[in-house]
Structures are given as structure tokens and as C-alpha cells.
Design a protein around this ligand. Structure first.
Ligand code: ATR
Length: 277
């Protein structure tokens, strides 16, 4: 019997998840149907209840429902607790298992697809919102030399330092700073996890953070050469990337969690990649 999955959001027309999961199903030979659910605002619970009642096995969750899904879950994975948000759910009887695969997807893309190891390297992450929260433990598991969190509102960066130190199993130094304190510092990997690229803004980042051999990575997908990536290029960084690989990798994690088989992501990434211009 065909198992049903979907992505729920509002709006939902733009979602690439059906395309990605259908491609995964085809290459792995899994018999699934993956659709889109437009959730009217305030009706998340009713829509998800109905989906489950009709045999739905799992959902991806996108804006604005990631917190609704957090509240709906019966079993929250640490990844979801850390992120404070849910992006994948699995239904088994009365149980609603909930995960957030964004952080692990990011790290997989950086290390595996882009060939940029994090171990022993200085990593800077911009922003102290949900995207950074979710990335903390997967980044720290790679044992960087140091993880620096920079945010306009420095107190939020400090909160995330405390959260990271509460949960990390290793002893990676984690620092929280404001942008001014970055002056003169340089990093091997610079990750933009702020929402600045959605509005074509540039975080107040000193260009000194970039070194020519470093990776500049914008977690935003499909916005071309964002002001952040442009700055990196202008100061000589040759390896710049947006979040298309992260999108594919978090989907592959969800697929593997649901179906027990992990699809290769290369074809999907190639299909979804937009030029960085
Ligand atoms: P998300 O869940 O996508 O991370 P969020 O929780 O609203 O979104 O967090 C957005 C992050 O982007 C915050 O860290 C925010 O910085 P502040 O906490 O100082 O507001 C950051 N951000 C948004 N626009 C920015 C900009 N133009 N420059 C720098 N940081 C920006």
C-alpha cells in the first residue's frame, strides 16, 4: 500500500519538498505519495489530525507551523528541543515523534558535499535565532577548534553559549560576541544563519572574518548571491555556497527516518541549484 507523507505550511505552493521526496522515493524504490498541505492559520491541529486519521505517516513542517508542531508532538527529539522548533514528524499510533533535521543537514552539506571539514577549525556562525540553535550540537559534534556565535543582540548569543555548554559532550570552546568584537578576527568557516538574506540585508560583519581559503555559507536558499556571499567574494573567498544542499540533506535525513533508507542527494541538489549571481 502506498504510504502518505506531506509538507504542511502557509503558504505552501513554493515548497520544494514534494519534488525532493518524490525523487528520493523513485531512486530508493519506496512506494510513497508525498503531497502539500495548506494549513489555514490557527487550524494546524485540525489539519494534522485529519491527515493522521486518513492514514498519513509523516509530515514535514514549514513556516509558520514549526512551533505548533513542537506543541503537538508527544516525543520531542533533542534536535527539536535544541532548535525550539520541529521540521519533521512521524506518526505511530498515538505517538507523534518530532525531529529537527536542519542542523544535521547543514553539517552534512558542509562536510560531506562541500568537502570542508570542521574538525580543528575556527567556525563563526552569524545569528542567534532558531537556525543557529538547531545547528549548535551538530556543529560541536564535529569538534571544531572553536565556535563563535555573533549576534546584534549579544545577550541572545550568550544564551546560546550557555545552551551549547549545557548539552555538548566534548569541550569545544563556544563564545558569544557582538559584531564589533569580530574586528581583526579570522575564521575558516563563516555561516550566515541570520534571516538577513531574506530581506537582502548585510549583517554588520567586518570583512576581516573571511580568509581566502575559507568557506562562506549562507543558510538561505534560492536568493542568488546574497549581500553576505557578495562581501565574501569581494574579499577573495572562492568557496561560497547557499543552503540548497542543506535543504536536500535535511530532507534526506527525514526520508531515512521515515523509510529506513538514505537516498543520495547529488541529483536533487543539481536539479535545485540556482546560480549564485
Ligand atoms: P530564525 O528562526 O530563522 O533563526 P529568528 O529566530 O527570528 O529566525 O532569528 C533571526 C536572527 O537573524 C536573529 O539572530 C537576528 O538578530 P537579532 O537577534 O539581533 O535581531 C538576525 N538578523 C536578522 N536580520 C539581521 C540583519 N540585518 N543583520 C544581522 N542580524 C540579523
Amino acid at each position: 500500500m502506498t504510504d502518505r507523507y506531506a509538507v504542511i505550511g502557509n503558504p505552501i505552493a513554493q515548497s520544494k519538498s514534494p519534488l525532493i521526496h518524490s525523487a528520493f522515493a523513485q531512486v530508493t524504490g519506496q512506494d510513497i505519495d508525498y503531497g502539500k498541505l495548506l494549513g489555514p492559520l490557527g487550524e494546524f491541529v485540525a489539519v494534522v489530525d485529519a491527515f493522521r486519521a486518513s492514514g498519513g505517516r509523516g509530515l514535514n513542517v514549514t513556516a509558520p507551523f514549526k512551533l505548533d508542531a513542537f506543541a503537538y508532538a508527544t516525543d520531542l527529539a533533542l534536535s527539536a528541543q535544541m532548535a525550539g522548533a520541529v521540521n519533521a514528524m512521524k506518526f505511530e499510533g498515538d505517538k507523534v515523534y518530532a525531529e529537527n533535521f536542519d542542523g544535521v543537514g547543514l553539517v552534512r552539506d558542509v562536510v560531506h558535499n562541500l568537502g570542508c571539514p570542521l574538525q580543528g577549525r575556527r567556525v563563526l556562525i552569524l545569528g542567534a535565532g532558531g537556525a543557529t540553535r538547531g545547528a549548535l550540537l551538530p556543529l560541536l559534534a564535529e569538534q571544531p577548534a572553536e565556535l563563535v556565535i555573533v549576534n546584534r543582540t549579544v545577550a541572545k548569543a550568550h544564551e546560546l553559549v550557555a545552551l551549547a555548554n549545557q548539552h555538548q559532550t566534548g569541550e569545544v570552546p563556544v563564545l558569544g560576541l557582538g559584531y564589533v568584537a569580530l574586528q581583526g578576527q579570522a575564521f575558516d568557516v563563516v555561516l550566515n544563519a541570520t534571516s538577513s538574506s531574506l530581506t537582502a540585508e548585510l549583517p554588520p560583519l567586518p570583512a576581516s572574518v573571511f580568509t581566502p581559503g575559507c568557506l562562506a555559507y549562507d543558510l538561505t536558499y534560492g536568493k542568488g548571491l546574497t549581500p553576505f556571499l557578495k562581501l565574501a567574494q569581494q574579499v577573495g573567498v572562492t568557496q561560497v555556497a547557499d543552503g540548497v544542499g542543506m535543504l536536500a540533506e535535511q530532507a534526506a535525513e527525514a526520508f531515512a527516518w521515515w523509510r529506513g533508507v538514505r537516498p543520495d542527494t547529488a541529483a536533487v541538489i543539481a536539479q535545485l541549484t540556482l546560480p549564485l549571481v
